[in-house]
Design a protein around this ligand. Structure first.
Ligand SMILES: [Cu+2]
Length: 683
């Protein structure tokens, strides 16, 4: 039984259970799944549930179901099943199981090897944040810094990472957390929202989330080389707060209200308790949600034509540049190590999105297998996106212009210091844009104050005594296409200059475009020297105008590939970061580009390994679009980074009404010129 709250209209309604094979897991299903697994164990054995993810039915069955449903039939229900990763409480004994909720069976329940670790869960992380500060050894180390008595210490537990070292207490084979410590402004110690990233401390204890013991206390290098200095009295720099009450805010920004007097143009249908079908401007698709990927888009159709079976962000990788211990291990996979659903923000009306908003609240499991609410995890709204197209007949001066409207399906993740604003954006001309806005706070590290004006090899000084290391952000978008039905291919078009030829190309100006097919699974790259463009096509369905196979073109932004070297663990683990795209042949259990378990992983479990099967695609390709940025921090990125946007666009080859003042009701600004009357300085 799901409980849906829509903040937009303030209603909360208990809903009856609606079956659908793609419906996000309901509260009853989480509870039942936990009970079925618990029944396999003696009563005194406590299970700690990590992941509980909907195990989607086999694609073949699912497609038959969805097609039948679309043609108005009532297809026979498919089994509901759950993928579960769980520990025996307070041990490192990790298991994974498939639980069938339809016939109450557990077809698979296996103990995983010692080197495989589930993500840390929020309960463990919050516990560690407290316990690390209560540890006498940590307190003794902190005392050496001689901070003002009232100083509050804050802990950011970080994923430990891998370096293959298993010597003494420098071991990366057991599940650990590296606890980066910070102070809050000693002159404002009670401000819980104070920006502690302005006061990084050189002490990162290593804690076990299994028994909450302290393994060791590292000391961070704070100079220009690898040598950590003995702990000594530390003079904290000035604060740098982002909360509005600590700022002098501009006062001359006039309200800009988004008003839809006739309501929104989209319709929402419940396809399950927690899943929603969106109908908007010929688009029709389903939105699901899970702990790992957050929002997932299914069964995308435009004008009743099939386009994509499943669209999701499959993982992120954020490796840091600083080669000094322990930073050499600093590399996060935010979906695999944490979970996009788990850290989804509770979105607020009139804040995260403007206008007429529909929210989806979702449910995830806690570590006991009980449901917990993720309120307003996804917001859906329309925005005006400026001009879609325009043409003015210069002879008659008549201009025809159509404005672009977009439907934005958005979720926002907070992964400790950082925020990711993630959106699937649909428009009026068949484009689907995946937009990432990187914002939030840099994960800072301490720097000797006298080096504040020195150039640093591994990062940028963003505040006195505060270094922000260079780091790369990688994203892998998983596209399971169904353009115009089954039997898709991946092709690429390239432009070539034609050789000079007395008859065919007498002035040397000609060029042509050649198409090639992606023959097998593998890693593929952009090539701007050929303007290489990848397309997903359906060779069985032809465009009526030119008889070309219909298709969707992929606008993939260029990126610098992973800089860590071939033998590094960053490279072995972050399997998707060395090509602009990977193409694999569809397999049921291959959803996550770095593999199912990324926490302290060793590699060999992700998309590079799957592509290496060198398989024929046989009309069932999965396209992994990899993109990202290399973040050279700026002083202006601190304390909070103005968003940096990256987009991937999927676009096809228009009946939108002309943009008219009668509908848009724009207002002519008057009396806004300045004294000289020359410019629109709105006061
Ligand atoms: Cu960054």
């Amino acid at each position: 039984m799901g409980s849906i709250q829509n903040e937009a209209d303030g209603r909360q309604a208990k809903t009856a259970s609606i079956y659908h094979p793609l419906g996000p897991l309901t509260g009853d299903e989480f509870t039942k799944c936990a009970a079925i697994l618990q029944a396999l164990w003696p009563e005194e054995t406590t299970l700690r549930f990590k992941s509980m993810l909907l195990l989607e039915p086999p694609k073949k069955d699912l497609i038959s179901y969805l097609d039948a449903e679309r043609s108005g039939q009532t297809p026979a229900p498919l089994d509901r099943a759950v993928y579960v990763a769980y520990y025996i409480q307070s041990t490192a004994k990790l298991h994974e199981a498939d639980v069938n909720l339809t016939d109450d069976t557990v077809p698979r329940n296996v103990r995983l090897g010692d080197g495989v670790h589930a993500p840390n869960d929020p309960e463990e992380v919050f516990a560690i944040e407290k316990l690390v500060l209560q540890n006498p050894e940590v307190q003794k180390a902190l005392a050496k810094l001689e901070l003002p008595k009232q100083t509050q210490i804050v802990c950011d537990p970080w994923i430990y990472g891998s370096d293959g070292v298993n010597d003494g207490d420098l071991r990366d084979d057991i599940r650990l957390l590296q606890c980066y410590l910070y102070a809050r402004d000693p002159n404002n110690p009670e401000e819980a929202d104070g920006c502690h990233y302005a006061f990084p401390l050189p002490i990162p204890p290593v804690m076990s989330p299994v028994d909450f013991s302290l393994l060791r206390i590292d000391i961070l290098p704070t100079g220009l080389d690898h040598t950590p200095k003995p702990l000594q009295s530390l003079k904290l720099g000035p604060p740098n707060e982002y909360i509005p009450e600590a700022q002098n805010l501009r006062t001359d920004l006039k309200p800009l209200q988004v008003v839809q007097p006739e309501g929104a143009s989209f319709k929402v249908k419940k396809f399950s308790d927690l899943g929603r079908t969106i109908l908007w401007q010929k688009w029709d698709f389903k939105i699901g949600f899970n702990a790992r990927e957050g929002m997932v888009i299914y069964d995308v159709h435009y004008d009743d034509k099939s386009l994509f079976h499943r669209l999701s962000l499959s993982d992120m990788a954020i490796p840091y540049a600083d080669p000094r211990a322990p930073y050499h291990r600093k590399a996060a996979f935010d979906l695999g190590d944490v979970g996009a659903g788990i850290v989804a923000n509770d979105l607020k009306l009139g804040c995260d999105c403007l206008g007429s908003i529909y929210y989806m609240s979702e449910l995830l499991n806690d570590t006991k297998g009980n449901p917990r609410e993720v309120p307003n995890a996804i917001c859906i709204h329309e925005v005006d996106d400026g001009i879609l197209w325009k043409h003015t007949n210069y002879r008659t001066k008549r201009g025809v212009l159509v404005r672009n409207r977009e439907l934005v399906v958005q979720t926002i993740l907070t992964v400790a210091n950082y925020e990711y604003v993630l959106a699937w954006i649909f428009n009026l001309s068949g484009d689907i844009t995946y937009e990432v806005r990187c914002t939030g706070i840099l994960s800072t590290q301490p720097l000797d104050p006298e080096l504040t004006h020195e150039e640093h090899p591994y990062g940028v000084v963003v505040h006195p005594g505060v270094l922000a290391a260079y780091h790369q952000h990688f994203f892998s978008l998983r596209i399971d296409p169904r353009v115009a039905g089954n039997g898709n291919e991946v092709v690429y078009d390239e432009a070539y200059a034609l050789p000079r030829d007395k008859i065919a190309n007498p002035n040397g100006t000609g060029y042509t475009v050649k198409r090639s097919q992606v023959p097998k699974s593998g890693g593929y790259d952009l090539d701007e020297t050929k303007n290489r463009v990848y397309k997903i096509t359906n060779p069985n369905i032809r465009n009526a105008v030119n008889n070309y196979p219909v298709g969707y073109k992929l606008h993939i932004p260029p990126m610098q590939f992973l800089l860590a070297d071939q033998d590094s663990f960053h490279r072995k683990r972050a399997e998707f970061t060395d090509h602009n795209l990977y193409v694999t042949r569809y397999r049921e259990d291959e959803l996550f580009a770095v593999g199912t378990f990324t926490n302290q992983s060793r590699g060999g479990t992700g998309v590079r390994s799957w592509a290496d099967r060198n398989e024929e695609l046989e009309g069932d390709p999965v396209v992994w679009v990899n993109f990202g940025i290399n973040h050279f921090p700026r002083v202006e990125d601190f304390p909070v980074m103005p968003m940096e946007r990256i987009t991937v666009v999927l676009r096809p080859a228009i009946d939108v009404p002309q943009s008219e003042q009668g509908v848009n009701k724009s207002v002519l600004l008057k009396d806004v010129e300045d004294e000289e009357g020359c410019c629109l300085a709105v006061r």
